[in-house]
Design a protein around this ligand. Structure first.
Ligand code: PGA
Length: 246
């Protein structure tokens, strides 16, 4: 049985004043059936973790330490109180040229530090229009997911690049077909036990108004939420919708 997960991604947003939003989230009654987390900027991770709401980083370096000015290791995130880290977000892949091999190494770094990786894959608009979605996702999974993925160490996030921050989403049938194909691929690659235990999140323009419909789709185990995770008033209804979903 997979526990549902509502994870936020604050991206390059969040100053000390914004911790008030996380305080409001942390003050809400913990859901008995839904895991929650906010992945925040490295500058806030320590203070976010102190508020008692599960916290993640947004990226990590593959190495544990060393001469990598400006980078943050998974060990540093864990030391600051994080329990999750996003790897392979499409903005990292696009802005920093991260390859599947990089994402694979970062995911292994997350495990080394005891973090759960929220590993992102997703097709671009051109790939979607060309009908290449599943080919792209299978290729990204093959390259980005290390051997040894389990339900405890990895969460897979399907985030169509064209749906991120645009207000656009695939149809429910499209999301369902993709998640079903991803589930099959996980079972084939990692075996039945791990393949059934790894959670698959949908991400891309999830908000309170579409959350219930998305969470009603088979094999959608939760969401990775960007813009709508910045304010408690937007994020908590998404958590509620996930809790209410079958
Ligand atoms: P969005 O971002 O919810 O703002 O579309 C999702 C993400 O990038 O994880």
């Amino acid at each position: 049985m997979r526990r549902k997960l509502a994870a936020g991604n604050w991206k390059m947003n969040g100053l000390a004043a914004d911790l008030a939003e996380l305080e409001k989230m942390a003050a809400a009654k913990p859901s008995p059936s839904v895991d929650t987390a906010i992945c925040g900027p490295a500058t806030l991770v320590h203070r976010m973790a102190a508020l008692g709401w599960p916290v993640g980083g947004e990226d990590c370096h593959a190495a544990a330490s060393g001469a990598h000015t400006g980078d943050i290791s998974a060990e540093m995130l864990a030391d600051a109180g994080a329990t999750y880290v996003i790897t392979g977000h499409s903005e990292r892949r696009a802005d920093h040229g991260e390859t599947d091999a990089d994402v694979n190494a970062k995911t292994q770094a997350a495990w080394r530090a005891g973090l759960t990786a929220i590993l992102c894959i997703g097709e671009t608009e051109a790939e979607y229009r060309a009908g290449d979605t599943l080919d792209v996702l299978h290729r990204q999974m093959a390259g980005s997911m290390p051997e040894g993925c389990t339900g405890a160490n990895t969460v897979l996030a399907y985030e169509p690049v064209w749906a991120i921050g645009t207000g656009l989403t695939p149809t429910s049938d499209e999301i369902g077909a993709v998640h079903n194909a991803l589930r099959d691929a996980l079972i084939e690659r990692f075996g039945t036990e791990a393949g059934l235990a790894i959670r698959i999140l949908y991400g891309g323009s999830v908000k309170a108004s579409n959350a219930a419909e998305i969470f009603g789709i088979a094999d959608v185990d939760g969401a990775l939420v960007g813009g709508a995770s910045l304010k408690a008033v937007d994020f908590l209804p998404i958590v509620d919708a996930l809790e209410a979903a079958d």
